[in-house]
Design a binder for this molecule. Structure first.
Ligand code: FAD
Length: 416
């Protein structure tokens, strides 16, 4: 074993199990320095007047970071929790603990990759290498049957080729013990007020509907697999997958393990298909980058919008449009930070095609509110709802009436 110190920079990978950066750092070093930075860039107001991170996701994030610290402590380690720009803080920590190398998981969206580049440049000045790992997807980028630039835009083709020509890696183990520098200063977990939230907002986050942490995520997954169904068959695991408390790989292997025991083959295929959609959006973000943040998306033809859509957007946001399913879904989103896939499709389609409001505003509202917010899944899904996404066949508005009757038969009778 090399006698070196590796800094493990946690971002959206807040777990011990199946975490390559943690496992490799432990294998290749004598001591590791685990760090999480609350980056102020994620706690600001956007140009559209929404918050980049709403109070519910911030509270959920705090719980996940606190849980990670506890889990690291249980293995003999700990977690440095800081607040500030990673490109400033990580070099300071690296210097303090005589770090030889920094490990992190590569992200795909512009803002996240830009932050990595800033950290890389700052560390480079100290002749410290930032090593990138790929660990957010079910299929490893290196195992795909095509380079990113040649990934088929059509989801059906992507799926067919990937499933036929690639395979999913086995789950990684977890370290048995973690060694950290003696007397490591662990900082403190910032309060919501320190992250900039006013008291009125903080009160909203007193009763979280989802609690954070890897143990909660694994328990939740166990219950879902055991009980088989969940509400309408949804696992509600996305907040944990998005923040990395649960890896898609662990979920996949657990589903396969439950096949023909508590889950039939068809259900297993359905869940894997959904995880594949998640991969697809991430790979499309890598391929097409910032086009997802433009109203014209991939086609350059944005849907028609009203010149003054302010009032309509306000009604949609607050769940006061008069459409019962849209309104109850938006209220549920605002209160809990989560709604199921069909509710998302319905409210997005309604905003874009019925109210004719700019879809980027809807996507920004979801960005603020969703506990499972991820740039690729969110903006990729919104682009499809707006008809400007990557997969031409999926660029069509959903049939709200049909979905309503199928999933909300009682309420849809009111809608007519
Ligand atoms: C407008 C819109 C915005 C969305 N924004 C997000 C987002 O920011 N983050 C996010 O994770 N998902 C997003 N989705 C996809 C999907 O709605 C959620 O992943 C799903 O509702 C999560 O609930 P679940 O965990 O019960 O999913 P399950 O049905 O149990 O699915 C299992 C897992 O597969 C993944 N998944 C399921 N469906 C999709 C999908 N269509 N696309 C991508 N991944 C999927 C999730 O990680 C999920 O946890 C969005 C969908 C729409 C229509």
């Amino acid at each position: 074993m090399d006698k070196k110190t590796i800094l493990v920079w946690f971002r959206n990978d807040l777990r011990i199990h199946d975490n390559e950066i943690l496992l490799r750092a432990v294998e290749r070093s004598q001591t590791i320095v685990p760090v999480y930075c609350f980056d102020p860039r994620y706690f600001i107001e956007t140009e559209l007047g929404t918050q980049k991170t709403g109070v519910l996701r911030a509270a959920f994030l705090r719980e996940n970071v606190a849980a990670l610290q506890k889990d690291l402590q249980a293995l003999g380690g700990d977690l440095i929790i800081t607040q500030g720009y990673p490109e400033k803080l990580l070099p300071q920590i690296a210097e303090k603990y005589d770090v030889d190398e920094v490990y992190h998981h590569r992200e795909v969206a512009y803002e996240e990759t830009k932050i990595s580049a800033l950290v890389e440049a700052a560390l480079w000045k100290m002749q410290i290498n930032l090593r990138h790992f790929i660990g957010h997807t079910l299929y490893h980028k290196e195992d795909l049957p095509f380079p990113i630039k040649d990934i088929p835009d059509a989801f059906a083709t992507f799926r067919k080729k990937t499933e036929r020509e690639s395979s999913i890696r086995p789950e990684l183990g977890r370290p048995d013990a973690i060694y950290i520098p003696e007397g490591m200063d662990t900082g403190h977990l910032p309060e919501l007020s320190e992250l900039g939230f006013p008291n009125a907002a903080i009160e909203e986050a007193v009763h979280l509907h989802f609690h954070g942490g890897e143990r909660v995520a694994l328990q939740h997954m166990g219950t879902f697999l055991h009980n088989n169904q969940g509400t309408l068959g949804y696992s509600h695991l996305s907040p944990y997958i998005a923040i990395g408390a649960l890896s898609p790989n662990t979920f996949y292997h657990a589903i396969k393990g439950a096949e023909n025991i508590t889950l039939d083959k068809k259900r297993v295929e359905q869940i894997i298909l959904k995880l594949l959609w998640r991969d697809y959006y991430r790979f499309m973000f890598k391929k097409h980058g910032n086009q997802f943040f433009q109203a014209g998306g991939l086609t350059g033809n944005p849907p028609e919008t009203l010149a003054d859509d302010k009032k309509l957007f306000e009604k949609w946001k607050t769940g006061t449009t008069g459409h019962p399913i849209v309104d109850s879904s938006m209220k549920e989103l605002n209160e809990t930070g989560h709604i199921n896939h069909h509710q998302r499709v319905i409210v997005a389609t309604y905003l874009i095609h019925q109210l004719k409001v700019d879809w980027l505003k809807g996507a920004a509202w979801f960005e603020e509110k969703l506990l499972d917010y991820g740039p690729a899944s969110n903006y990729g899904s919104w682009a499809h709802a707006a008809g400007v996404g990557t997969s031409v066949k999926d660029n069509k508005p959903a049939d709200i009436k049909k979905l309503s009757i199928q999933f909300y038969p009682k309420t849809s009778a009111v809608v007519g």
